[in-house]
Design a protein around this ligand. Structure first.
Ligand SMILES: Cc1cc2nc3c(=O)[nH]c(=O)nc-3n(C[C@H](O)[C@H](O)[C@H](O)COP(=O)(O)O)c2cc1C
Length: 332
């Protein structure tokens, strides 16, 4: 059994090498605090932040910039389409005490790709290169890039892109090995994480479909990746990092399985103390969509919360639901 070493992204130590993925509307301070309370997560990403809008925002005006000292280390992800946007956006990340900076090169949302952001950078090597080099010269912070496999399966193009990232100053690459058009139903093509790991000298963070300690171990073993990044399953089970960390090391204890209703209620209470009322209900609905998968009749929980109209009513209905249902955690 592999016991992965801590990951170093430049001088940033990530121990254990288990990472929360950037997810819009999900990877915010509340989810990160909840995950931190369970333990086992070595690095937190923010959701994507618009490099154009960021200079005008502050943690008071934008909830997405908020974080506590418990969610450390933290890397802020930038959605960028032009190098001009970078210097002031990077200054803002530094002023918010970010431990690093990530460039989003994988988002497939049409609105974003049309404006030249996300995965459209994988089709435009030269523009991507300028963006990376500008970021590199603007900061000494650890710099990462998150990519997919591209628009079509073309290993030569992907190879060239990854080598460009490395040569232009990126300190680690996160690989979500799906093509632009791949839906989540199609399994992530982990073999490309392994191929990229063999190609480059900087660390490779593997991502895609890890939803259990066994799956995390398989990803380390099959791909040789330096760290595993988890998205959706960490929303469903904020305690998953602790379980994985316990399975990787004899030093971390995974005393007892958590009670999902406790996690849900803690999420609600952190939500109410961290965000203004206009944000809390939409964010609770988004969280519940994934969390509900802990229950065989999760669609009922999702519907109850979705139609509740307020956080207080949603919490009341959710707790009524929990009192009649047993979670099906073993299916993870
Ligand atoms: C709701 C949602 C929002 C996401 N938002 C982002 C984002 O802001 N930036 C990003 O790089 N990837 C984003 N992703 C992709 C995830 O970071 C991750 O690559 C993907 O979910 C695969 O990992 P998983 O199988 O562990 O979920 C998002 C995914 C989901 C499901």
């Amino acid at each position: 059994m592999i016991q992965p070493d801590p990951l170093y992204i430049k001088n940033l130590r990530v121990d254990p090498p288990l990472i929360l993925a950037p997810m819009s509307g999900l990877s915010h301070t509340v989810l990160r605090q909840l995950i931190a309370e369970y333990g086992g997560c070595g690095l937190y990403y923010s959701e994507m932040l618009s490099a154009r809008a960021l200079p005008l925002e502050t943690p008071d005006s934008s909830p997405w910039l908020r974080s506590t000292t418990r969610e450390r280390p933290i890397i802020y992800q930038l959605l960028v389409s032009s190098a001009d946007e970078l210097p002031t956006a990077i200054e803002k990340i530094e002023s918010c005490n970010g431990d690093g900076l990530d460039l989003n090169m994988g988002c497939t949302t049409a609105l974003i790709t049309k404006r030249g952001g996300g995965i459209s950078l994988m089709k435009d090597l030269r523009r991507a290169e300028v963006i990376v080099k500008t970021s590199r010269s603007a900061t000494n912070l650890p710099l990462t890039a998150k990519i997919r496999l591209g628009w079509t399966l073309d290993w030569d193009a992907l190879k060239e892109f990854c080598l460009m990232l490395q040569d232009s100053g990126v300190d680690a690459i996160s690989v979500h090995p799906r093509l632009k058009q791949d839906r989540f139903k199609r399994p992530a093509r982990w073999e490309y994480i392994g191929r990229i790991k063999e190609l480059i000298d900087i660390p490779v963070i593997g991502n895609g479909d890890v939803d259990s300690p066994e799956a995390a171990m398989r990803m380390f073993e099959r791909t040789g990746c330096d760290a595993v990044m988890i998205g959706r399953a960490a929303v469903r089970c904020p305690w998953l990092f602790r379980q994985i960390a316990a399975s990787l090391s004899s030093h971390v204890h995974n005393e007892s399985l958590p009670e999902p209703p406790d996690a849900y209620n803690r999420f609600v209470s952190l939500l109410e103390t961290s965000f203004e009322p206009e944000y809390t209900f939409p964010l609770l609905k988004r969280f519940t969509f994934y969390f509900a998968k802990n229950y065989a009749f999760g669609h009922t929980l999702w519907r109850l919360v979705h139609n509740a109209g307020s956080v207080a009513k949603a919490a009341e209905l959710a707790n009524e639901f929990f009192s009649t249902q047993t979670p099906s955690l073993d299916s993870l």
